[in-house]
Design a protein. Structure first.
Length: 108
């Protein structure tokens, strides 16, 4: 169940190049779904690896390549969650909404 405070964001899977097959020379390189985004792609999109883990963005620390389409996908995600990122940088006291609690037995 999603309540009004929950933000649902669809994270597209990262695309990586398939290994080249020497049997078929001259074949165009194809892409496949990878394990996660590389740390370079995450940093280029304006995120930190720590924030990416908090937002459940998959990270593959073994990858070192930076693909433009992955960076664009991450930037779209950053635009969608920019309010959450900015809210974490503000003081917690400003984020708390005070609610009046009615005490039982209070006399008016």
């Amino acid at each position: 169940m999603a309540n009004e405070n929950t933000v649902v964001i669809v994270i597209p899977p990262p695309m990586v190049k398939m290994p080249k097959i020497t049997k078929y020379r001259g074949m165009a390189t194809m892409f496949r779904v990878g394990r996660g985004y590389s740390i370079g792609e995450i940093k280029e999109a304006g995120l930190t690896p720590y924030l990416a883990k908090q937002f459940n963005i998959p990270i593959d620390p073994r990858r070192r390549s930076i693909h433009k389409n992955n960076v664009e996908n991450l930037r779209n995600i950053v635009n969608q969650i920019s309010d959450l990122i900015n809210a974490r940088k503000t003081k917690p006291a400003k984020l708390v909404v005070k609610q009046e609690v009615k005490r039982s037995g209070a006399q008016d």
